[in-house]
Write a protein that binds this ligand. Sequence first.
Ligand code: NAD
Length: 493
Amino acid sequence: MASTNGHTNGRSTKQPEPLDWTTFSNVINGKLESTQKTRHGILPATGENGPEVPLTTPDDVERAMTAAQAAFITWAEVPYAERRAAVIAYADAIASEKESFSQMLTKEQGKPLKFAAMELDLTVHWMKTIANLELPEERIVEGDREILVRYTPLGITVGIVPWNYPILLAAAKIAPCVVTGNPIIIKPSPFTPAGDLKLVELAQRFFPPGVVQCLSGDDNLGPWLTAHPVPAKISFTGSTFTGKKVMESAAKTLKRVTLELGGNDPAIVLEDVDIDDVAPKVASLAFLNSGQICLALKRVIVQESIADKFLAAMVKATQELKVGPGTDPEVFLGPIQNSMQYERVKGFFADIEKENWKVAVGGTNPDGPGYFITPTIIDRPKDDSRIVTEEPFGPIVPLLTFKTEEEAIRKANDTQMGLGASVWSGDLDRANRLAQKIQAGTVWVNTHFELDPRVPFGGHKQSGNGSYEWGVPGLISFCNSQTLFLKKNPTKL
Ligand code: NAD
């Protein structure tokens, strides 16, 4: 068993050795492994090749599954407090590597350095907070019987991670999974493997072999993992399109799934807002991470009486947001992360002329190298246009209007998605009343995208399936529920 304050794999955690950021390996059964063939991503700001990373084979998958099965037997028996201490020590080690993780995040993901550093801070906070949550135990005592409801480790989990927050979203799967006694195999996005490989390499100092593993590969790897008979659960964050495939594949062996999927978040802006205060906030919440956030504002729905003024204030704020490489400290929007997504976002720009959309700001993009897109607002497109009904996952957002509260709610809910939403108003009671009519997993008033690891996060409708992540329900989602009936005297029927 790993010592949580001493020496694991021959290394001291008190004076941590820095990670070597020149080579990137799979992590199988506590060892760093290269593969015969390798692959690499493309750095989004320059178009250059990213780091060489392993190309996992089916044989590697088998060995990782076997190691996870062996690790499960002993890890599940480790006392909760020890597992918790290991997660917290691991989080501290990530904090001490913050600078290197941030640099790699900016390089391979593209986000500005200050936001990369923020992702690392959130990662550490999420891991520690989740590790410190308590798994509940229910007890009913009645006469000579006691009923006990307890939560036991579920089994081997595969964590499938997207490219938009590769470190935070991987860590926020690892922490609840291992603290509840389960091994995890992380599968990074092929677009952002390097940071996740290092994240799992670092974990080897705190957990026994096979508890936290990482396999990097191409598009074949995800289906191999979801179809494999060994895992008990798939914890997936990604698009709704892929989520459906994951669920279909997992169904064959009745694996548990947590699916955190796409969003089409509306912001309802009521006429009583302070326009100069709210419009810049709404603009930055649409364009943060270059719009590549499941919870980015994707539809701005403004009360008609203030629409022109609000749009003008949003345009002004948007013009002040600098686009460029994430290494420039003035930049707010880094590049789109990969060529596939870049082409998809550019498809919406191609629709501008075809659909006769009115562009309030932006509308044209620089030539490469680098996948840069100018933040763009489309002024009042038709409700059924693609920019309203689909998730661009890039910095292009429509502004729509409403006259009555009923119309605002109808428009906000007119989507297959139900991840997040916000209501902006000077009247908290009115906003709260409206917020409760929105079909979404998280609804904010006068803010958006404020998350907390102590509470569950997930989506209504096609934004998710299975249990929510985070909070106590998130912990429970890595467990089986077991009910014990304990009687002193054998029942006489
Ligand atoms: P994606 O669905 O293309 O990929 C996500 C992950 O799934 C990647 O690791 C990918 O390699 C893997 N994958 C692809 N095909 C697979 C298959 N058939 N079986 C198993 N795994 C497979 O998503 P993306 O483009 O990386 O991320 C963007 C999407 O993720 C957006 O729709 C966004 O809204 C969503 N997202 C949701 C949340 C959330 O918490 N709800 C958070 C971030 C991103």
